[in-house]
Ligand binder design. Structure first.
Ligand code: NAG
Ligand code: NAG
Ligand code: NAG
Ligand code: NAG
Ligand code: NAG
Length: 276
């Protein structure tokens, strides 16, 4: 029967189509899969906020326009945005995060994530937003991060980052928000981050405060550190005069005492000397 045949062909065709679609849906981007699976492994989740970030889901995290992984947003079948903020996350940031090569926005703020910011993040060439604020990140800020040339937000405030702010950060032309306040940074503030044209700071002191050993414009001169010249001269003169007076008195007393002793001695001698 030709009609029957046509029907079975259609059925086979439909089944094939379904299979193809299913296959495309199941096989996700291997880079994104490696990225998310490793990030999930490196993060600790005591509050079970990532309970739905379970292993089987990592095969194709972007089957639709949005990911079923809470906090992940997809675009063209790739992870485009990761926002895991205020979820009591601990642990560290996996260097494999750099496998999410289409990532444009990474927000892991307000958790308790520790360890270093992986230098591998330099491979995220599309990254525009990096918000790792209010965590426990330590170590130095990698100068390589400036290879992410599209960065326009770098928010690293309230961490324990140390060492210097890389000079190269001043070269990030698109930067509109920069905050490294309340860390343990030291050394000079890169000139290009502070001054743009004229006397207006590109980023004001709020971006840099709370780092004891960080210095330079736009941070104010530390008043406790820099005593005024007059005060220094005054203290110098004062202590000089005081020590002069003290030593003078000392010498006077000493002289008086030796004089007395000598007098006494003379007396003794005169006493012990037999009278002729
Ligand atoms: C993921 O990143 C790691 C480290 O950067 C790299 O070795 C690996 O080839 C990347 N790709 C996959 C699919 O794991
Ligand atoms: C996990 O997924 C289930 C079912 O889709 C949902 O009810 C629950 O709210 C999700 N939990 C979290 C923490 O996202
Ligand atoms: C962070 O999460 C806690 C608990 O889930 C909540 O009480 C608090 O309001 C959140 N903070 C912000 C800034 O969203
Ligand atoms: C970074 O995240 C924190 C907390 O979620 C938020 O308050 C802050 O505004 C963000 N930074 C920027 C520059 O958007
Ligand atoms: C720094 O600039 C921000 C806006 O860019 C502003 O909200 C803040 O008040 C300024 N802080 C100081 C100390 O000038």
């Amino acid at each position: 029967m030709p009609a029957n045949h046509r029907f079975s062909y259609r059925l086979i065709f439909l089944l094939l189509l379904c299979f193809k679609t299913a296959q495309r849906l199941v096989s996700g981007d291997p880079n994104d899969e490696a990225c998310l699976a490793n990030l999930r492994l490196s993060l600790e989740d005591p509050a079970n906020n990532l309970i739905n970030w379970t292993k089987p889901f990592f095969s194709n995290p972007c089957s639709g326009f949005t990911s079923y992984l809470p906090g992940a947003v997809c675009n063209n079948g790739r992870i485009y945005k990761l926002s895991l903020t205020n979820l009591s996350l601990r642990g560290s940031i996996s260097p494999f995060l750099s496998n999410c090569t289409n990532l444009q926005s990474l927000d892991l703020s307000s958790n308790q994530i520790s360890g270093e910011i992986p230098a591998e993040l330099q491979l995220l060439v599309n990254l525009a937003v990096l918000n790792l604020s209010s965590n426990r990140l330590s170590g130095q800020i990698s100068p390589q991060l400036t290879l992410c040339a599209y960065l326009n937000v770098i928010d690293l405030h309230d961490n324990q980052l140390s060492s210097q702010i890389p000079e190269q950060f001043g070269l990030l032309a698109r930067l509109t928000a920069f905050d490294v306040s309340n860390n343990k940074l030291s050394g000079p503030i890169p000139v290009n981050l502070a001054t743009r044209n004229g006397n207006f700071p590109r980023f004001n002191s709020s971006s840099f405060v709370g780092n004891k050993k960080l210095y330079g414009y736009p941070l104010e001169e530390m008043k406790s550190k820099g005593l005024s010249v007059i005060a220094i001269v005054g203290i110098g003169l004062g202590s000089g005069i005081a020590s002069l007076v003290i030593s003078f008195t000392g010498v006077c007393i000493w002289l008086k005492m030796t004089e007395k002793k000598m007098e006494e001695g003379e007396g003794k001698i005169s006493h012990s000397m037999p009278d002729y």
